[in-house]
Design a protein around this ligand. Structure first.
Ligand SMILES: *Cc1c(COP(=O)(O)O)cnc(C)c1O
Length: 390
């Protein structure tokens, strides 16, 4: 693996710097997420289209801009390197021929959460964390369980009481300690906090440690590479905590500094369910922060995030990109699962299908033009949600 050029951690809000070779959660000064910073000039010497062509198709191929220093600490199940399809039939039928699907359901544990947790768990393992804990709507818990099993570390996962059976069974089979919590993912987060204080667990909640987004940013590198170091006009991303969106936005910035891409950026679109749309509301109101959404309810478990700690980073990326945030109804998400499935052969998670519902709405509104290139992120497999048809 190419050597990491990680230099330090930097607070996304106050800019304070921290030693990257110690375990960190939020910025001790202001309580906001820390971001990993690299020596990008150094990275640019070896991270080139030519050297990449020789490397294995996984997230570790971007090793210069990954935080793990010791190759022996890398825990891998083959995450990343997912295909991007030109969705011919689907594009024709919705009147947007250049529609692409980045199919993240092919990751280990069936969702893009594997990218983030492969990196977070590897780095926690490298820095000697002893026990790991996570609040999750389902897919993050499954991914943590898998990489913790690989590391030989105990995993404590907290999921809402009504979490779909598939997620609970998966975590248990992977050896995690599973606790179901009445309420929402935010209530699960409170339980994790208790365990952190009582037992010294390391909290791998999204954006509460710096490295899950480093794993998720590889979606941005991959996308650019798969498009021949260009980017599409529009990216539609189902947004819960927003780590993938923030990660890709960070990746584009790094890639420009490395010299892999120019200054052009896609318009970034966050899609949420109308039953839980804090980012959409904040975007529409022109707010910098997204207040908690009361009584969050949606079939798209990964989008049932009433409050996101990275809200200001999501909103900033949407606005800087000239993008937008849009809510879609659960009925439209259901219809889009079958539409995407029958026209592409990809059985999407409801979160992934939500991107198609959003695209259709944005085409109707004229916000997306029929000749634009649009990438839909199918973030997970539909197979974990068959209860929706039960
Ligand atoms: C977690 C999850 C999301 C939301 O991802 P964020 O990066 O946290 O916004 C979307 N889709 C699926 C399938 C998920 O598991």
């Amino acid at each position: 693996m190419p050597e990491s050029t990680l230099t330090h951690l930097e607070c996304s809000a106050c800019g304070e710097r921290y030693d990257a070779d110690e375990l960190h959660n939020l910025c001790p000064r202001c309580g906001k997420p820390l971001l990993a910073r690299y020596d990008l000039q150094q990275a640019a010497r070896t991270l080139t289209p030519e050297t990449l062509a020789e490397r294995p198709l996984d997230i570790w191929r971007y090793g210069e801009v990954m935080p793990v220093r010791d190759p022996a600490a890398i825990l891998t199940l083959g995450e990343g390197g997912t295909p991007i399809f030109h969705a011919d039939w689907l594009g024709e039928s919705i009147g947007c021929p250049d529609t692409f699907i980045k199919d993240e359901s092919l990751n280990p544990t069936g969702s893009f959460k594997a990218r983030g947790l492969a990196v977070a768990v590897s780095r926690a393992y490298e820095l000697n964390a002893q026990e790991l804990a996570i609040p999750s709507a389902g897919n993050a818990a499954g991914a943590l369980s898998a990489y913790a099993a690989l590391a030989g570390l105990p995993a404590h996962v907290f999921m809402p009481g009504d979490v779909p059976l598939a997620f609970r069974v998966e975590c248990q089979a992977l050896g995690a300690n599973v606790t179901l919590v009445p309420g929402f993912i935010t209530d699960c987060g409170a339980k994790v906090k208790e365990g952190v204080e009582a037992y010294g667990w390391f909290d791998v909640s999204t954006l509460k440690e710096p490295y899950r987004i480093e794993g998720k940013k590889t979606m941005g590198y991959e996308l650019a590479e798969q498009f021949g170091w260009e980017l599409p006009d529009v990216i539609i991303y189902p947004t819960g905590g927003g780590a993938g969106l923030i990660g890709m936005w960070k990746a584009f910035d790094e890639m420009e500094q490395i010299g892999l891409i120019g200054p052009e950026r896609p318009r970034m679109v966050s899609v949420q369910s109308s039953g839980c749309a804090p980012i959409v509301r904040a975007f529409e109101q022109g707010w910098e922060r997204a207040p908690l959404w009361e009584d969050a309810a949606t079939i798209a478990a990964g989008l049932r995030v009433p409050a996101a700690i990275g809200d200001f980073l999501i909103l900033r990326a949407l606005r800087e990109s000239g993008g937008m945030a849009i809510a879609v109804a659960d009925e439209d998400i259901m219809a889009s699962i079958s539409l995407m499935g029958s026209q592409t052969g990809v059985f999407p998670a409801p979160e992934g299908a939500a991107t198609l519902a959003a695209q259709i709405q944005l085409l109707e509104e004229g916000w997306i033009q029929p000749d634009e290139s649009v990438v839909l992120f199918n973030t997970g497999s539909g197979l974990k949600y068959i209860h929706l048809w039960g």
